[in-house]
Write a protein that binds this ligand. Structure first.
Ligand code: NAD
Length: 500
């Protein structure tokens, strides 16, 4: 079964038919936007953006609250459409997409007026001057999103970019066009200026046209492979970008951990959204003294999961081949499957494996499926070394009753964030910055800084007293040289330095 079938669109264009992952029924068809379509969208965004930039932030926030109302009042319809397109349990759609989508609209609408307000900055040395900070919109922001959280990963950056005064051209994954359409419908229904938020549907070709189309910022969420391509193009064009890429998040379970909680956390963190979660648990390292007890509990909990209720088919059918290949390779290299392990079409049941070694693909490459490979460790140092022995570094979790150890270990991990006795929830905690180290990305999103990253922090400095001249302006004289020497000594060589 394929979920995406190339077909011919209107006027001989490339097009895709989209099929529902759950039953293969055709959901719809769309034409792939070409370079001209993308250029038109960017040009339209450029026309509408200056008016929006001049709209007070409070007014922008008011409209965002209307968008929130649209989301909440039409939630059933959106949940139905998003669930159909992704084939996953309804609770995943409600939690990952709707709940998080409502939260980002409300959170940033409430805070944007304060965070983006221009303000004075006191001068520590140049006391004869006054300065203010102004937050200027960047212009047109390209948002390119993946298929695993197709609504939230399109909506959250769009909400922040729009509140900061930008127009957005959104390119959702070719696999999940409906999610992109819903974002635009919400903004339209809320009464935002027409075309302030536009969607262009298509695959990598459409995305590439958008990146090269002269936008002012790129927010990309997706694979490392595409992220590198986009990073190179943005580097060449000197366009700022954030790259939120893949993950291979380790879970470290120490001998003093609450094994029940850790086992439940492993199953939730590994299987939520059918494992298609960038900061889900992908590899599990357990102290050798408790690995058997832990594995037993994990297996028991996995046996209680039900297809359809707790997990679905893959959102993108190609994922089934990747997951199957990694599991097969591990088994051929000596791993033991305790539960699961057999692919059924485009569904792969939650699978627990032991007899794992660090060089297996399951421990090195992103799996993006409901697979729980469990490997033992003997010492804290070894646990940290194993966790860090990977090209990714998105998030990580440490499980122990010893708070000091939890923090100590967390601080040694090469990742963008860490949780202690928790599965990763950093992306959903909007006050915290989220991003990856190493191959997991560039830059951070969310938090106050995430919103401010959609604006140019523009300082304006002026003279306070309307002086005609400045002591260091031309001509240079002996007196000025002497004065600078004295000032250097008087300020930096005396206790005066404590007050500047
Ligand atoms: P992908 O890289 O294949 O595609 C992502 C988006 O990029 C899609 O919209 C795609 O059409 C577009 N694209 C592809 N080639 C392009 C090009 N040359 N130029 C511009 N755009 C192009 O990723 P995917 O398979 O859709 O998503 C899964 C990946 O996303 C996983 O690796 C996952 O870990 C990652 N992800 C990361 C985060 C995070 O916040 N770090 C969150 C969710 C998903």
């Amino acid at each position: 079964m394929a979920y995406l079938r190339p077909t011919e669109g209107s006027g001989g264009r490339r097009a895709y038919k989209v099929l529902a992952p759950a039953d293969g029924a055709e959901i719809g068809q769309y034409d792939v936007a070409n370079a001209e379509d993308v250029a038109r969208a960017i040009a339209r965004a450029r026309e509408v953006q200056p008016g929006w930039a001049n709209t007070p932030v409070k007014q922008r926030a008011k409209l965002m609250r209307k968008a929130l109302k649209v989301l909440v009042s039409r939630r059933e319809e959106f949940v139905e459409r998003l669930t159909r397109e992704t084939g996953r349990p309804e609770l995943d759609t409600l939690m990952i997409e709707m709940f998080a989508g409502a939260d980002c609209m409300n959170y940033y609408a409430r805070r944007a007026p304060k965070l983006l307000a221009e303000h004075r900055v006191g001068m520590h040395l140049l006391r004869m001057k006054k300065a203010k900070m102004v937050y200027r919109p960047l212009g047109v922001v390209a948002v390119i999103s993946p298929w695993n959280g197709p609504f939230i990963l399109s909506a959250n950056p769009t909400v922040q970019a729009v509140l900061a005064g930008n127009a957005v051209v959104l390119k959702p994954s070719e696999v999940t066009p409906e999610a992109g359409r819903i974002v635009v419908e919400i903004f339209e229904a809320a009464g935002f200026p027409k075309d302030l938020v536009q969607v262009v549907l298509g695959d990598g070709e459409t995305g590439a046209a958008l990146i090269e189309g002269g936008v002012d910022k790129v927010t990309f969420t997706g694979s490392v492979r595409t992220g590198r391509i986009i990073g190179e193009i943005c580097g060449r064009n000197l366009v700022p970008c954030t790259l939120e890429l893949g993950g291979k998040d380790p879970m470290l379970v120490f001998e003093d951990a609450d094994i029940d909680r850790a086992a439940a956390g492993a199953v939730f963190g590994g299987v939520m959204n059918t494992g298609q979660f960038c900061s889900g648990i992908e590899r599990i390292y357990v102290h050798e003294s408790v690995i058997d007890a832990f594995t037993e509990k994990v297996v028991a909990k996995v046996r209680q999961l039900e297809a359809g209720r707790d997990y679905g088919p893959f959102i993108f059918e190609k994922q089934a081949d990747i997951v199957e290949g990694q599991v097969k390779q591990a088994v051929e290299a000596g791993a033991t499957i305790h539960v699961g392990g057999e692919r059924d079409g485009t569904t792969f049941p939650p699978t627990v494996l032991t007899g794992i070694t660090q060089s297996m693909k399951l421990m090195q490459e992103e799996t993006f499926g409901p697979i729980l490979p469990i490997q033992p460790f003997a010492t804290e140092d070894q646990a940290v070394a194993l966790a860090n022995d990977c090209e990714y570094g998105l998030s990580a979790s440490v499980w122990t009753r010893d708070k000091a150890r939890g923090e100590r270990v967390a601080r040694r991990l090469q990742s963008g964030s860490a949780t202690i006795n928790e599965t990763s929830m950093i992306y959903g905690a909007l006050e915290l910055p989220f991003g990856g180290l190493k191959a997991s990305g560039l830059g951070q999103v969310n938090s106050a800084d995430g919103l401010l990253n959609y604006a140019q922090a523009f300082p304006i400095l002026s003279d306070r007293f309307g002086n005609k001249d400045e002591s260091v302006w031309f001509p240079y004289t002996e007196d000025k040289v002497d004065g600078m020497r004295k000032a250097l000594k008087a300020i930096w060589g005396t206790p005066l330095r404590w007050i500047v």
